[in-house]
Write a protein that binds this ligand. Structure first.
Ligand code: BGC
Length: 744
């Protein structure tokens, strides 16, 4: 009976794919099957035999980190024409926010609160990467991150599961298109499953302890959304989750991912993670690591060759059944079939130059950067600046840094080519109107592993203290002779990302000292921040009249900064993360549970005695050159039955004199119930463009999906009959409030 139903629900295409996969599998040897589960690291430093020799024997299903484009077709030919079953390879790379045309980093794209921006960005990234020969991107990164010390916060959508899920879906669509198989799209990989953003102390790779309710209510939603959107692969995380490494975690990979969510793609480990199960003190040896990872549901071993070395022996001695190997190989073959790789394994090498030259790609990058930037302060309407300015100083170590403008993950032979902030401002005002001084250089106290990838000949020697002092004085002098100063400060590209956690969130080096000295000159000062994480800019927030959070804005970043500073574009981005006042306040996030001494009462003093515990800038915050009002908040019913939905509507009006964008944000709080719930949770948002005086009505639907939660007490999803507060406004502190009640 069940079989009959299953057969009826499978479409003819699915039946044909399954039959084809079965046929391929039927003619493969065990060694070749294990080969499909092996992803080969093709970096020069990797030990072991030459990639072509492994591929010729059918010993690899995928290759990553290959940067020499000429090699893609060469290796593919070996796989297709010389290996026993001729199965094409999947070429994989980290295409995180652009391949040739670089888009704002993902944290910035989330600041747009406009999922269509992220979708279009990843569509362009996919088109360029595919033209270069890449089939598979290791993105999107979907880790919720509430600790700004964690360097990888830059790669995700920030602290909120609802916003994170929206950005996840958009990026999966952008990378993959509607269905796998389009010649100008790539396979996506939702990573790092799961909980990586909650590492102890924000230290990269450190263990994570999260309750089931934190996982399900906060950390899983972007992944579940990606699975629903059809993501083809999932990458498991490195760290221990509640004492079980994520890459050998049956609860994550079998129970939740496949059992509950019905994921039918394949799971790849993070780099070297299967072998590292031994280093982590989990597996006894490589054999044990291979057995436990595969049994837990991890299909492809990235770069450690632990599967290659041990799976055959495990089958031979009866520890594993061939059926378990087949079950891991099937989804890999199925994806290769769906992607059309058997029909078209090769890349047309003439494509890339045409594709990267498409003007639309740069236009998309500029638009994405414009929409991602967040105006944090604008006292006295200093911004927008006049285009008639004739004597502007641009100061700071990042002002002319292409690397900092492009941001993290630009390591695979990518040559930085961004329009810097200096170049963007010069293009707007004329070179003669703009003087420039970088001030002292900034650098990490401990270098990054990625710094080792820079060829020795390209490495710059450290600035001497005397040169740094001279650079400081020159910068001050340059500022002294200008009518207005634009300071471009923040973090260099290697200060956020992997291997880039830090304890302090202050501006590194002498940047704040220089900022204070420049402000003391009494000139108007604009601060443009280039950074991949929230920074504690407490002094600037009080003393610098205009602050623009530009993040790491990508190839067109400098143009986009100028577009905003000179008023051609009205900023409308909003923070996807809270900005802590100090690194030591991390983790910090708005969706906290209320305590018996709420922060809104005089008992806020129950927290730190050495400063306010509230964020410097709250989640969802961002200013505009115009003003908005929120009025007429209505719910369709004061009471709603469990399982039913209500509609919420709000009028948003542009009350200023110029057109601008506002993001209407809806938050709820369940006031009592089976478990304590966060004081506010985002459950709807919409970015709007409004002309002066224009009003738009926004409607949101709140149904069981928004009103339920995973209950620790009940050990399952629950929708309580309970009273709710509801707010709609411009950030997580929105004050326009109403109520409704869910009744049984
Ligand atoms: C990172 C992943 C990345 C992989 C392959 C790892 O170190 O954690 O995010 O996709 O390397 O480059």
């Amino acid at each position: 009976m069940d079989n009959q139903r299953d057969n009826q629900s499978i479409s003819p295409t699915e039946t044909a794919i399954k039959a084809r996969v079965d046929a391929i599998l039927g003619r493969m040897s065990l060694e070749e099957k294990i080969g499909q589960l092996t992803q080969l690291g093709a970096m020069a430093f990797m030990p072991g035999p030459k990639p072509e020799d492994v591929i010729r024997k059918g010993g690899a299903g995928s290759v990553l980190w290959l940067t020499d484009r000429k090699q893609f077709n060469v290796l593919q030919k070996v796989a297709v024409e010389e290996s026993p079953s001729g199965i094409p390879l999947l070429f994989a790379l980290d295409v995180i926010h652009g391949y040739h045309t670089i888009f704002p980093v993902p944290l910035a794209m989330a600041s747009s609160w406009d999922p269509s921006v992220a979708e279009r960005a990843q569509t362009v990234a996919a088109r360029e990467a595919r033209a270069a020969g890449i089939h598979w991107s290791f993105g999107p990164m979907l880790d919720i991150a509430r600790d700004a010390r964690w360097g990888r916060i830059v790669e995700g959508a920030g602290e909120d599961p609802f916003l994170g899920a929206a950005m996840a879906v958009a990026q999966v669509r952008g990378f993959q298109g509607d269905v796998l198989g389009a010649p100008d799209r790539v396979l996506a990989s939702a990573k790092h499953f799961a909980g990586y953003g909650a590492s102890d102390g924000g230290r990269d790779y450190d263990p994570v302890y999260l309750s089931e309710s934190q996982l399900r209510n906060t950390y899983f939603p972007p992944f579940e959304a990606a699975v629903k959107a059809g993501v083809g692969t999932i990458m498991s995380a490195y760290m221990d989750l509640n004492d079980v490494p994520a890459g050998a975690n049956r609860f994550l990979l079998r129970d939740v991912l496949r059992g509950e969510w019905g994921f039918n793609g394949f799971v790849v480990s993070d780099a070297f993670a299967v072998g590292n199960l031994v280093i982590q003190g989990f597996a006894r040896d490589g054999r044990d690591a291979a057995l436990r990872a595969l049994s837990a549901g991890l299909d492809m071993d990235m770069a450690s060759n632990t599967y290659g070395q041990h799976l055959a022996g495990l089958v031979e001695d009866g520890s594993l059944d061939v059926a378990e190997i087949d079950a891991a190989v099937r989804p890999i073959l199925s994806i290769k079939v769906r992607m059309g790789l058997f029909e078209q394994p090769y890349t047309d090498e003439s494509m890339l130059e045409q594709v990267i030259a498409l003007p639309a790609h740069r236009q998309e990058a500029r638009l994405a950067a414009q929409r991602s930037m967040v105006l944090l302060r604008n006292e006295g309407g200093l911004l927008p600046l006049s285009k008639q300015l004739s004597n502007v100083a641009v100061i700071g170590p990042l002002a002319d840094s292409m690397e900092a403008t492009e941001g993290s993950w630009m390591i695979f032979d990518h040559k930085p080519a961004a329009v810097t902030v200096l170049a963007g401002i010069r293009a707007r005002l004329s070179a003669a109107a703009v003087s420039y001084a970088p001030g002292p250089e900034i650098k990490r106290d401990i270098p990054s592993m990625f710094d080792d990838f820079v060829p020795p000949a390209d490495r710059k020697p450290d600035q001497s203290p005397a040169d740094a002092e001279a650079a400081y004085q020159t910068a001050l002098d340059t500022a002294r002779h200008a009518d207005l100063v634009i300071m471009v400060l923040g973090e260099s590209a290697n200060m956020a990302g992997e291997f880039a956690s830090r304890a302090s969130l202050d501006l590194p080096g002498r940047q704040e000292e220089l900022l204070k000295a420049v402000v003391a000159l009494g000139k108007p000062v604009v601060l443009v921040l280039l950074n991949g994480r929230p920074l504690s800019i407490n002094w600037a927030a009080e003393n610098v009249p205009a602050i623009l959070e530009a993040w790491e804005p990508g190839t067109e970043g400098g143009h986009a900064v100028a577009d905003i500073l000179f008023g051609d574009v009205n900023p409308g981005g909003k923070l996807p993360v809270s900005f802590p006042r100090k690194g030591a306040h991390s983790p910090i996030y708005y969706a906290r549970n209320i305590t018996h001494q709420p922060e809104t009462s005089p008992m806020y003093r129950s927290r730190y005695w050495d400063g306010l515990p509230t964020p410097l800038y709250p989640f969802g915050f961002g200013l505009s050159y115009t003003t908005f009002s929120f009025t007429n908040l209505k719910v369709s019913a004061a009471q709603v039955k469990v399982g039913a939905a209500i509609t919420v509507s709000i009028d948003v009006t542009n009350t200023g004199a110029i057109a601008g964008d506002e993001v209407a944000q809806l938050y709820i709080h369940q006031k009592s119930g089976s478990d304590s719930r966060p004081m506010r949770e985002l459950k709807g948002f919409e970015r709007l463009t409004l002309q002066p005086g224009e009003t738009k009505t926004v409607t949101f639907k709140l149904g069981p999906a928004e009103l339920r939660h995973w209950s620790t007490n009940a050990g399952k999803w629950l929708q309580d009959a309970a009273a709710f507060d509801l707010w709609v406004g411009a950030d997580c502190l929105a004050s326009l409030q109403t109520e409704f009640e869910v009744v049984s």
